[in-house]
Ligand binder design. Structure first.
Ligand SMILES: [Zn+2]
Ligand SMILES: [Zn+2]
Length: 330
């Protein structure tokens, strides 16, 4: 138990209630159907999810949505040690995102006979954390505080993407991967309290190791040697949008694709983001960058800094998904 006074919990509950009432009011003047409780997503909310659980030898389990959210919230956010109340508020943010993701993506694996997988392909879901994590109780409180709340945009759950650390500037889904533009996924500076929230990193790898990694994928296969890696084009956030690889062959590759390919050999904590510079030093390439992850949507490092500075969870969600509303979907 976290040892909070009852008053504080009551206060937090009422905080969400106010948000949800506001969201319901806002929904009345948008294109959201007025008959609350009758949209398909709302009906779906009550249905349990069918989740393929990697931790349980890929068994497909039927899980109540709120139970799924409780485990997903602590699977996708590894709280630093620190103020329990701050962590609990961050878990409120993460719970709303996890719930929104589940509703928006229910049926993603329909052809395989379940709704969601439990890996990063969908959203991490590791139910054993409910037994082992020191934050399991905080997650349970956060899920209760936010019960049913989702990030809503134009009649449906939003695409509530998030990442660990934007490095000081968020990016759009279009510049990361192409595809559909979402008005609420913006490339903006993540400033204010957050100037010191973002981390810098350096990663060096030998030319031979990089060559092995990039030759393993047809999109980056340069052949027998690698002479240069250079950033040809940057997006509005400063991320490497297009990278040129020059070797026996010369080719252009999207920055996010190169990061994913390098992560297969070096792990996700090597080249942590596409917000990088790269230069050759002797027999190695040295990447120096900021942030961790794709940079689209909510920045966890920034969100935590905002909560620490006194922002409420609902304000944090509004900040990273501007133009959306919080809505009680049940
Ligand atoms: Zn999946
Ligand atoms: Zn950030």
């Amino acid at each position: 138990m976290l040892g909070w006074g009852t008053d504080e919990r009551v206060d937090m509950t009422s905080r969400w209630r106010v948000c949800l009432v506001l969201a319901a009011l806002a929904a009345g003047c948008s294109s959201v159907p007025a008959r609350n409780g009758l949209t398909p997503s709302v009906r779906d909310q009550a249905k349990p999810l069918r989740v393929q659980v990697a931790q349980e030898r890929n068994a497909v389990r039927t899980v109540r949505l709120e139970d799924y959210v409780r485990a997903a919230a602590i699977s996708e956010f590894a709280p630093p040690s620190g103020d329990p109340e701050l962590i609990e508020r961050m878990l409120e943010v993460q719970s709303v995102i996890a719930r929104t993701y589940a509703l928006a993506n229910r049926g993603r694996h329909r052809r395989q006979g379940f709704d969601l997988c439990s890996t990063t392909h969908c959203q991490l879901y590791e139910p054993s954390r409910l037994r082992t994590s020191r934050w399991a109780e905080a997650a349970a409180i956060a899920v209760r505080q936010t019960a049913g709340a989702v990030v809503w945009h134009e009649g449906g759950p939003a695409v509530a993407l998030f990442h660990a650390d934007c490095g000081g500037h968020t990016s759009t889904s279009v510049s990361a991967w192409g595809g559909t533009e979402r008005s609420y996924l913006k490339a903006v500076r993540d400033d204010g309290h957050n100037d010191s929230a973002h981390a810098q990193w350096t990663y060096a790898a030998t030319t031979a190791a990089i060559l092995d990694a990039i030759n393993a994928d047809p999109r980056s296969r340069v052949g027998a040697r690698l002479d240069a890696i250079s950033v040809l084009k940057r997006d509005a956030s400063g991320r490497a949008a297009t990278v040129r690889l020059k070797g026996a062959r010369e080719l252009l590759i999207r920055g996010e694709d190169l990061r994913a390919i390098l992560a297969r050999d070096f792990g996700p904590r090597a080249v942590r983001s596409t917000l990088f510079d790269v230069k050759r030093e002797g027999g190695s390439f040295v990447f120096t960058g900021r942030g961790f992850g794709h940079g689209v949507g909510l920045c966890q490092a920034g969100a935590l800094a905002r909560l620490r500075g006194g922002a409420r969870p609902a304000e944090v969600l509004e900040r990273y998904y501007p133009g959306t509303t919080l809505r009680a979907a049940n």
